[in-house]
Design a protein around this ligand. Structure first.
Ligand code: F55
Length: 814
């Protein structure tokens, strides 16, 4: 891509101009933040013309637009990504260097926008990157939370949450458009009235409203000249709130009302699996969906657009159930505002929406109490009821003698309280429903939504998740990126399948040495970072064994811990035991209200402290748990990993995407047959993967036969010893109460079969220990993991969405 700024002198000049005229400071007095802003603005400027041109071109083409609706985007830092996309990294570095400044300091000034919880939010960020790179006309819509995912700190080993004020120093990447505010009504009641044509119609008379202000962000495609838009909404009080001041003379009340309105986009809910049925959360969902639909219909499609043409012009992809309220909202617009007859409107909606499910855990499926929905969105509740009535009538015709089945498929749940099942609503109206890995999609069809897949077999499909190689190898692993480019040439970062060309080099000693040296370098880089960031000192000559993901019982961080304790006890028993030295790296945030998850964090830290202080271990084991794992830390941590822990109970992890990031960076996986692990195993080959554990059908059988965790405990001496040590206070200064809840929950319930999988896990870890000793063979496997990870590019995922669900095409530069 030709660039106006690709010589160092011009770039330097432009940068200094931004500093002087944008920040109003001269170089000698510039703060870190000034430098960061000036650099960001320099790159931003470069992308701007292409952005406007892309939008223009896509509008003119009248092509079908992919509208990605997601309550979360876990973007990570923007500066490096913008430089990489526009091909300006080297120029910028040379310019900054030439001015005697430090590029890394400038990079580290950026606070990442953490507007997501974990996998689902990061997936959305990867997908908009791929959509832009593939030149698909696409818009991402979401919420501009003032506070993203909390900042995690540890006090005494316990998680303490701090607010994430990512906007304190502003963001040079956003373009606010207060003049484009959208009104969002809430509450009130509905009324029937007679239209001019004599037909009965409904209107919603709302009680209060807020304004949604759009903030635009550039989404640069990788060296394509294409720049798409991410539009995030921020809530503002309306005039009506301010008028209170005059009407009531109650100034404080007016300010309170304003604060109330602006609460809506204040903070991201930090639960990643058990949605709390909180009113504010529903307000957030409706708020961003209403703004997005209004914006799309009026501003993107333009004035005079005939909504009957919607199915040709748009697909709304629903990222989980969080934006599903868009379905009744579009129905309301079509029926109440555009005067389209009900059946025709429903027919339009049935073509415009598609739904991605990201879970299998029943407790993670969102339901909204009828009472709450009716109070906040009375018209939407009526519409949902009518959709359900139509649907149930249809079902009764199909299954005249099976009222039980009909009821079990109702969008409305009756017990324990009347509530709307958002996943069912999305399934009934959505044109397609997809899971996020083969196994997950199969289990959706066979279990979670089996009645629906029996009724509509063609509605269900799979799109296995992917990750953007630009961020997760291009930015995260520059040394490996360079080695790969030197070996197979350019172009693989947007055609990741080409990594297979590395395969022949897996047997080339010089290549293997170069590869190994890069791992060493990445471990060193991580050690440097953790020492500066957390005061953690990592031994270099060790296997880096990595488990990074949200803390959840189903992901089984405790199983990992049982392995660590077992190794420690083996050393205590036999101090001369020959084991491969290991650094166990954890990264995990627990939802603030998820008590046992927070206890598990405390236990990991407690075990780490004891092991650290025991001379018997003598540098052979180290537990490192840097606080506040986020996208930025991931980018340094993942490239340093040797072993990737993907040990969820089979049938519980929908896909996982960390598993893909680690494999792509040359870590070998130890994992169960769960989520996308199954496909990773297929891709890399079982010789290059440490498989263990029960399969999903075996898990099912154990549950059915009445699982007795105690039996596994009693029959396994090493397990007894490890769990016994935790119970007896070995990691809590003799305090037996401290971790009793974790021990008890494992012994008495163990919902996720950690004890049942323990022996198999330990044996797999013993195989890991053996395999790692053969450096050459290990590195060969690692290279094959890289070479065979091409399938897990989010570019491939997006191509699958295009083929299987969206039926949209690229719009190329003219
Ligand atoms: C966030 C909020 C709520 Cl209310 C519920 C769930 C979440 C959330 O963050 N879920 C999530 O991250 N799910 C994960 O999605 C990934 C992308 O598809 C999968 O890889 C992963 O298996 C799944 O757990």
């Amino acid at each position: 891509m030709p660039s106006d700024l690709d010589d160092v002198e011009r770039f330097t000049e432009e940068f200094l101009k931004r500093l002087q005229f944008g920040q109003g400071v001269a170089l000698p007095r510039a703060t870190k933040n000034d430098l960061y802003y000036a650099l960001a603005r320099t790159v931003r400027q470069q992308l701007m013309a292409r952005w406007l041109e892309t939008v223009q071109r896509q509008m003119q083409a009248k092509a079908k637009v992919v509208v990605y609706l997601s309550a979360e985007y876990l973007l990570g830092r923007q500066l490096d990504n913008a430089l990489l996309a526009s091909g300006l990294t080297d120029t910028a570095e040379a310019a900054i260097d030439g001015l005697g400044l430090d590029m890394q300091t400038i990079r580290d000034t950026e606070v990442e926008p953490g507007l997501g919880n974990g996998g689902l939010g990061r997936l959305a960020a990867c997908f908009i990157d791929s959509l832009a790179t593939l030149r698909i006309p696409a818009i991402g819509y979401g919420i501009r939370y003032e506070y993203g995912i909390f900042r995690q700190t540890f006090e005494d080993g316990h998680q303490v949450e701090q607010p994430d004020s990512w906007l304190t120093l502003g963001s040079p990447w956003e373009f606010p458009h207060p003049e484009m505010g959208v009104k969002v009504p809430f509450a009130g009641h509905t009324e029937k009235y007679l239209g001019e044509d004599g037909r009965e119609r409904t209107r919603w008379v709302n009680d209060w409203e807020v304004i949604g202000v759009p903030y635009n962000y550039m989404v640069p495609g990788y060296r394509t000249g294409n720049v798409n838009t991410l539009r995030l909404w921020s809530a503002r009080a309306t005039q009506a709130f301010d008028l209170h001041v005059f009407n009531n003379g109650d100034y404080l009340q007016a300010v309170r009302s304003q604060a109330f309105a602006e609460n809506i986009s204040k903070v991201l809910y930090p639960e990643d699996s058990t949605p709390q049925g909180k009113e504010l959360r529903l307000q957030q969902q409706y708020f961003f969906v209403a703004c997005s639909l209004r914006d799309f219909l009026t501003n993107v499609m333009g004035p005079g657009f005939d909504p009957r043409k919607l199915p040709e012009r748009v697909i709304f992809q629903l990222n989980d159930t969080h934006p599903v309220i868009a379905i009744p909202e579009l129905m309301r617009i079509l029926v109440d505002e555009k005067d389209i007859p009900w059946d025709e409107a429903l027919d339009i909606c049935r073509q415009c929406f598609a739904y991605t499910c990201h879970t299998l855990l029943p407790e993670a499926l969102e339901v909204w109490p009828v009472e709450l929905l009716g109070r906040l969105l009375p018209r939407h509740l009526e519409i949902i009821f009518r959709i359900n009535d139509d649907f149930l009538a249809e079902l009764r015709e199909a299954y005249p003698d099976d009222e039980l089945r009909v009821r079990s498929m109702s969008i409305i749940q009756e017990h324990p309280e009347r509530a709307v099942r958002m996943a069912y609503l999305a399934t009934v109206v959505g044109a397609k429903v997809n899971g996020v890995a083969e196994l997950h999609s199969q289990l959706l069809r066979d279990k979670v939504l089996s009645d629906f897949s029996a009724y509509w077999p063609d509605k269900f499909t799979n799109v296995t998740n992917g990750i953007t190689p630009r961020r997760f190898i291009g930015l995260a692993n520059p040394a490996l990126t360079e080695l790969i480019t030197d070996t197979i040439g350019d172009g693989w970062l947007r055609d990741l399948g080409r990594l297979v060309e590395l395969e022949p080099h897996a047997d080339d000693p010089a290549f293997l040495d170069a590869f190994a040296a890069i791992k060493v370098g990445n471990r060193k880089r991580l050690a440097g970072l953790l020492e500066r960031r957390d005061g953690i000192v990592l031994p270099q000559d060790a296997m880096y064994d990595v488990m990074v993901k949200r803390l959840h019982e189903y992901k089984r961080q405790t199983l990992k811990l049982l392995h660590i304790v077992t190794l420690y006890q083996r050393l205590q028993e036999n101090p001369d035991l020959d084991i491969v030295p290991r650094v166990f790296l954890f990264g995990a945030k627990a939802a603030p209200g998820y008590w046992i998850a927070k206890q598990t964090i405390a236990l990991i830290n407690a075990v780490g402290r004891v092991i650290d202080n025991d001379p018997i271990v003598a540098g052979r084991l180290k537990v490192a748990f840097p606080a506040n794992y986020n996208v930025t830390l991931a980018e340094t941590l993942i490239p340093a990993a040797d072993l990737s822990e993907q040990i969820s109970l089979a049938g519980k992890e929908a896909s996982g995407t960390g598993n893909m990031k680690l494999a792509l960076n040359g870590a070998l996986t130890i994992g169960t047959l769960d989520g996308a692990n199954v496909e990773i195993l297929q891709a890399v080959g079982e010789e290059n993967f440490f498989l263990f554990g029960l399969t999903e059908p075996q898990v099912h059988a154990i549950y059915e036969s009445g699982y007795q965790p105690r039996e596994y405990f009693q029959n396994n001496p090493e397990l007894r010893k490890a769990l016994g040590a935790i119970a007896s206070g070995a990691f809590s200064d003799g305090n037996r109460e401290a971790f009793a809840p974790i021990v008890d929950s494992l012994l008495h319930e163990d919902r996720f079969l950690a004890l049942a999988d323990y022996q198999s896990y330990i044996e797999a870890q013993d195989r890991v220990d053996l395999a790692y000793r053969d450096t050459r063979a290990w590195n060969r496997s690692a290279v094959l993991n890289v070479a065979r990870s091409g399938f897990f590019s989010s570019d491939r995922s997006i191509q699958d969405y295009l083929d299987r669900i969206w039926n949209a095409s690229p719009v190329d530069a003219s």
